[in-house]
Design a protein around this ligand. Structure first.
Ligand code: AKG
Length: 208
């Protein structure tokens, strides 16, 4: 049984629940960048995704491209360090990540950015999280994905092979080291994905 099939079966349980972080596996990407991946960290992802999609105060993202301001095809919400998160399991996730990565990261995860990909037509283009300190300093961005899996692609800035990770059903990925400066990532449109996916990105203070 593939990890993702297992993930989708455990996905339906009512109460979202986090597992231990002990099974997380690191892949060194190069140029000081790495990713840690833990499939199915959270069980009960499907009802959590439904609840977040329905209850979070989503807003459309607009971005200037050339001379035009255009809609980015996905919805967003941002929770600052002092804002209560929209579900207790997200607070639990942020704190568990902070405890696990604290010694290496040197500071806690503080903020949560949420993105709703309503269906396979929603996407985000190639970018690094280089707002604020992310432009100059190594950091970590931890992403918990619930709902229908979508591919997250990573490639080195300036060209090179692409790494593809399908993420949904409670999967965790942590992008670390220089990843936001020396690599970029995107979620391309998908003809296959039909259901919604919510991505929850935990970042340190001053990184966007
Ligand atoms: O959907 C994702 O997991 C990636 C989100 C992302 O790259 C971003 O919002 O910066």
């Amino acid at each position: 049984m593939t990890t993702h099939l297992q993930g989708s079966l455990f996905d339906q349980t009512d109460r979202p629940r986090l597992g231990p972080l002990t099974g997380i596996r690191r892949t060194v990407l190069g140029s000081g960048a790495w990713i840690d991946v833990l499939p199915g960290w959270l069980t009960g992802s499907a009802p959590l995704c439904e609840r977040l999609a329905a209850e979070v105060p989503w807003r459309a993202e607009r971005r200037t491209m050339y001379d035009h301001v255009v809609d980015v095809p996905r919805l967003l919400a941002f929770y600052g360090a002092d804002d209560p998160l929209p579900h207790p399991v997200l607070t639990e996730a942020r704190d568990a990540l902070g405890a696990h990565y604290g010694p290496e990261l040197g500071e806690p995860f503080a903020t949560a950015g949420l993105c709703l990909y309503r269906d396979g037509r929603d996407s985000v283009a190639w970018h690094g999280d280089r707002g604020g300190r992310g432009a100059r300093e190594d950091t970590m961005v931890a992403i918990l994905s619930v709902g229908t899996p979508r591919d997250l692609l990573l490639r080195p800035v300036g060209g090179g092979g692409t790494v593809r990770r399908p993420l949904g059903h409670g999967d965790l990925i942590v992008m670390g080291g220089s990843c936001q400066r020396t690599w970029e990532h995107c979620v391309p449109k998908s003809g296959r994905a039909s259901g919604p996916r919510v991505s929850v990105q935990f970042r340190t203070r001053g990184v966007r």
